[in-house]
Design a protein around this ligand. Structure first.
Ligand SMILES: C[S@@+](CC[C@H](N)C(=O)[O-])C[C@H]1O[C@@H](n2cnc3c(N)ncnc32)[C@H](O)[C@@H]1O
Length: 271
């Protein structure tokens, strides 16, 4: 993307996941339609959004410290500092990051994602995760898929409903993983109602009324995304607030129970 690209049209007539999430995080890049969805959501969802973001911070720093120096982040969201590249480039200024989202508002703000260190590089691709091959092809101009890549699918796949067709969420993730060299990593987080069963219907209904399909998944359903990979354990696949960096401090427990989002990091063993 070039910084001279014309500003994309943003549809303010219906809510969008990136803008609802921005509202949940206390951001300003949202519209009344998004606030209307956010205000119907229970407090635990707001807390989980922050804890999800903090998981991304810990997991991406963990991978950068392990030597991963290229990242493909799909479902990036509206820039919220620190963004993934700011975290990993602080550890390795040469790191390269390709961001991808399908929401025009993210494209509108993408310049904030392009302020890379001089030694590193960042790029932004406007694309839908349901077209993984197109994303891989475009990301290949900045990332070297013959070397390990950190694939980041943070709070994204619950927006992809179950389907038997080409947009089956597990097949999408498999296509992305198949492109990665051994030694690559998947960091993935995903909404769940396992700890808050009574909130599942109110939350999915609030999103559905705004035209956004949300598919919280159980632990076993989320773990399936990591099939064939080696989960970093401990901590394994846990609620994001319980995911700690191996060798690091365990985050303090917060009142109200676990976050409504699972998170895990796993290593790619073979292509
Ligand atoms: C909840 S936000 C998560 C943002 C960021 N990954 C984080 O966790 O802090 C989900 C993001 O996924 C994006 N998204 C939803 N469906 C998508 C799709 N089919 N293709 C690409 N991005 C999508 C939304 O636009 C939004 O920015």
């Amino acid at each position: 993307m070039s910084s001279g690209t014309p500003k994309p049209q943003v549809d303010t007539s219906k809510p969008h996941p990136a803008r609802v999430y921005d509202w949940l995080l206390g951001g300003k890049d949202n519209y009344p339609v998004d606030v209307a969805v956010g205000e119907q959501l229970p407090e635990v969802v707001k807390r989980s959004a922050r804890q999800n973001r903090e998981f991304m911070h810990r997991a991406s720093a963990y991978l950068a410290r392990k030597g991963v120096d290229q990242f493909l982040d799909i479902g990036t969201g509206i820039p919220t500092a620190p963004n993934l590249h700011q975290i990993v480039q602080e550890i390795n200024p040469k790191a390269r990051i390709v961001y991808t989202d399908n929401d025009p508002i993210v494209l509108r703000h993408a310049e904030a994602l392009l302020y890379s260190t001089p030694e590193g590089r960042t790029d932004y691709i406007q694309a839908d995760v349901r077209e993984p091959k197109a994303i891989l092809e475009r990301a290949g101009s900045l990332l070297d898929f013959e070397r390990p890549v950190g694939l980041s699918l943070i709070a994204l796949m619950h927006f992809i409903p179950d389907s038997d067709g080409p947009t089956n969420p597990y097949d999408i993730v498999r296509t992305l993983l198949d492109a990665l060299a051994p030694g690559s990593y998947l960091m993935l987080s995903h909404a769940t109602a396992d700890y808050h069963r009574e909130l599942e219907a109110p939350v999915t209904n609030a999103y559905a009324r705004g035209g956004i399909p949300l598919r919280p998944r159980t632990w076993a359903e989320v773990e399936r995304f990591f099939g064939g990979l080696e989960l970093v354990k401990p901590p394994g696949l846990v609620s994001v607030d319980r995911w700690w960096v191996p060798g690091g401090a365990v985050p303090p427990e917060e009142p109200g129970g676990p976050a409504a989002v699972y998170g895990g990091v796993a290593r790619v063993l073979t292509r």
